[in-house]
Design a protein around this ligand. Structure first.
Ligand code: ADP
Ligand code: MG
Length: 684
């Protein structure tokens, strides 16, 4: 028997491994099983090259748990190791500056383990002792047994192992007993070893016999050695892809479609990416792509490797060329990784383009589900926008689909305003904005339906990309001002009459903390609604952006601001105007006379002061001005009171306001109750 010290510069590396790599203990199994797989594959290679002339036999890896002995054993019939090889590959761990490194990456077990070839030593994360019992394929090689109890000291001795291959026996630590549970190991094998290229047996298949579950003779193989991404696309049917998808995500709906990746140059990469049906929250759908390195599962967080917008996809990527075992920041700056990301983007856009070209109908049918990916991609990646602009679709309120170009042609003639801007009208909710959509359609306009999660930022994007174009929601203004054509000669109400009428309604508007109304008048034609509520496109959009983008909370805090527009062409508004003028003229006459005098005085005072330098204006003159302004305010207040008093007692005013609110779903609670009561009184 021989004793020695493992060649590490650190006094005692194992406590360090244990202590710092706590978060990812479970990967030990992946490391040990994949070493066993490597060993069998190496033997196969040697046999193919004629360097190994014996029988390879059925190459297989066995995993077993012995709860009584407290061990996990991973056995293979691969190439095995000679004593010299153990000395070289196991005992000499190149470990310079290990402490510094461990310190730096203590939260990222993958980084340390991979970087230092610590694969085998990860077994010490869960073991108090590890044994290697091995016999090399080489002729006359003596079987050897290596063991180490977690200190840098190891023992090596002759072994009586008679068959070729290696057993790794891990004596599980007392604080890691969970790994002695069959279910736990089954779970880990399923996670990390499910697609390894060599059969991995975990115990035997069981069957029911005499009311008991008993082992059969058949191995319980836990992996699929030839997962479909390793096969040729031409050998696969749609059903194969769907089946594999169900296998990976048993709880998901069927995917929309998939892309089979297969590259040899300038890097190796295979995989299958699926476009899933995304339901509600896009965040929940992320990180479903699994990353493999030669069929060994590595991680399911792929940010940095696939472009951000494609992290919404599902599926697998397998590449021996992605430096998997390094830290994230390193990964993102790696040039191979950048190329991979660009390649995947191109593949995805090519595929979308070809579905669009070859089967437009199918593409349209999938569009509502696809839209979120394409929107996200266009928003986050300029080079993707440049491709997607040719196949991205716009859907109108009647469910028709158009490409950007087709849509532009459709609306060009009728929806260009007098400044030559093309106005895209849209609705976000077909129900809520029903009457506005109807009004626009009656004008011969087309209205898009933009009800997607990302449509608000997409609208801003398209406004930047399209020339001389503007998007506006159908209820952002009254129809004639949505798209301003040559000015027509509709009647215009004189300013003071308009102001009085507006004031009557303004005083009766509901007062909420989070909503504000501004009343104005506009001639909209006899056939249009008497009262229309609109909401400025700009403010509404800013508020919507505030909800999805950090740093815009200023807009989020602002109240919702609406316009109540009175149609001065409508008979009912004309009636209110006429009645109100008749009813208030008596009371307003003296106030208006007074105001007229005050405004004249104010003009004179202002003129006097304008001729002087600021320092020449006397205190008396200043006081006069202040007094005059105060008097105007007082008279204005009186006037408002008269108008408010009129509106307050006028059920037509209330009824008109409430109907407009009702049409926008804004009449609730007590106000709704009052409206119903008033309506009953009006018809009885
Ligand atoms: P890596 O797998 O990255 O080379 P490891 O620490 O996992 O690093 O393994 C170190 C070396 O030990 C391997 O390269 C291999 O030569 C040897 N080895 C480990 N496990 C086995 C095994 N089951 N059979 C044969 N050789 C093995
Ligand atoms: Mg290894």
């Amino acid at each position: 028997m021989q004793k020695g010290n493992i060649g590490v510069t650190t006094e005692n590396i194992f406590p360090v491994i244990k202590k710092f790599l706590y978060s990812d203990h479970e990967i030990f199994l992946r490391e040990i099983v994949s070493n066993a797989v490597d060993a069998t594959q190496k033997l196969k290679t040697l046999a193919n090259k004629g360097e190994f002339k014996g029988e390879t036999g059925e190459l297989k890896v066995n995993v077993s748990v012995d709860k009584d002995k407290g061990t996990i054993t991973v056995s293979d019939n691969g190439l095995g190791m000679t004593e010299e090889e153990i000395e070289k590959y196991i005992n000499q761990i190149a470990f310079s500056g290990a402490n510094d490194f461990l310190d730096k990456y203590k939260d990222d077990a993958n980084a340390i383990i991979g970087h230092f070839g610590l694969g085998f030593y990860s077994s010490f994360m869960v073991s108090k002792k590890v044994e290697i019992n091995t016999k090399s394929y080489k002729e006359d090689a003596k079987a050897v047994k290596w063991s180490c109890d977690g200190s840098p000291a190891y023992e090596i001795a002759e072994s009586d192992k008679s068959n070729r291959g290696t057993d790794i026996i891990m004596y599980i630590d007392d604080d890691c007993k969970e790994f002695l549970e069959k279910n736990k190991i089954q779970e880990l094998l399923n996670k990390y070893c499910r697609f390894l290229p060599v059969p991995v047996a975990f115990g035997k298949k069981t069957e029911w016999k005499d009311g008991k579950q008993v082992d059969t003779d058949e191995d319980n193989i836990i992996n699929d050695t030839t997962p479909i991404w390793t096969k040729k696309p031409s050998d696969l049917k749609d059903e194969d892809y769907k089946k594999f998808y169900r296998q990976l995500y048993p709880m998901s709906d069927e995917p929309l479609f998939w892309i089979h990746l297969n590259v040899d140059f300038p890097f190796h990469l295979t995989g299958i990416l699926y476009f899933p049906k995304i339901k509600h929250n896009i965040e929940l759908q992320r990180n479903k792509i699994q990353l493999y390195c030669n069929q060994v599962y590595v991680t399911d967080s792929v940010e940095g490797i696939v472009p951000d917008f494609l992290t919404l996809l599902h599926g697998v990527i397998d590449s021996p060329d992605i430096p998997l075992n390094v830290s994230r920041s390193y990964l993102q700056s790696d040039s191979n990784v950048k190329k991979i990301s660009g390649y995947i983007t191109k593949k995805v856009s090519d595929r979308l383009q070809s579905i669009f070209k070859n089967d437009r109908k199918d593409f349209e049918q999938k569009w509502d589900d696809l839209k979120i990916f394409i929107n996200y991609g266009m928003l986050t990646q300029d080079d993707f926008y440049d491709k997607a602009k040719n196949f991205a679709l716009l859907k109108d309120c009647d469910g028709k689909y158009f490409t950007f170009e087709e849509y532009q042609t459709l609306i060009k003639d009728n929806q260009t305003d007098k400044e030559g801007q093309l106005i895209y009208l849209y609705a976000q909710d077909k129900e809520a904005q029903f009457s506005y959509i109807e009004t626009a359609k009656n004008k011969g306009y087309n209205v898009l339906l933009l009800d997607g999660q990302l449509d608000t930022p997409v609208v801003s994007l398209l406004e930047r990309k399209f020339e001389k174009s503007r998007f506006t929601r159908v209820d952002a203004d009254v129809i004639d001002r949505l798209i301003v054509k040559e000015s027509d000669n509709k009647s215009v109400l004189e300013a003071n009459r308009s102001a009085n009428l507006s004031a009557i309604f303004q005083a009766q508007m509901p007062k909420g903390e989070k909503t504000e109304f501004h009343v104005e008048t506009q001639a909209m034609g006899e056939e249009s609604m008497p009262v229309v509520i609109t909401q400025s496109e700009y403010m509404r959009r800013m508020k919507e952006m505030a909800q999805i983008q950090p740093g815009m909370s200023f807009y989020g805090e602002m109240p919702d601001m609406y316009n109540l527009v009175l149609n001065t062409d409508h008979a009912l508004i004309k009636e209110v105007l006429g009645d109100s003028e008749a009813a208030t003229s008596e009371a307003l006459k003296p106030i208006e006379a007074e105001l007229k005098g005050l405004h004249a005085r104010q003009a004179i005072l202002r003129q006097q002061q304008d001729q002087k330098k600021p320092e020449e204006i006397t205190q008396e003159e200043k006081d006069n001005m202040t007094k005059c302004n105060e008097d105007i305010d007082a008279q204005e207040k009186l006037k408002q009171e008269v108008l408010a008093g009129y509106g307050n007692d006028n059920s037509k005013v209330h009824q008109l306001i409430d109907l407009a609110l009702l049409q926008n779903g804004m009449l609730k609670g007590e106000a709704l109750n009052n409206f119903v009561k008033r309506s009953i009184n009006l018809i009885k």
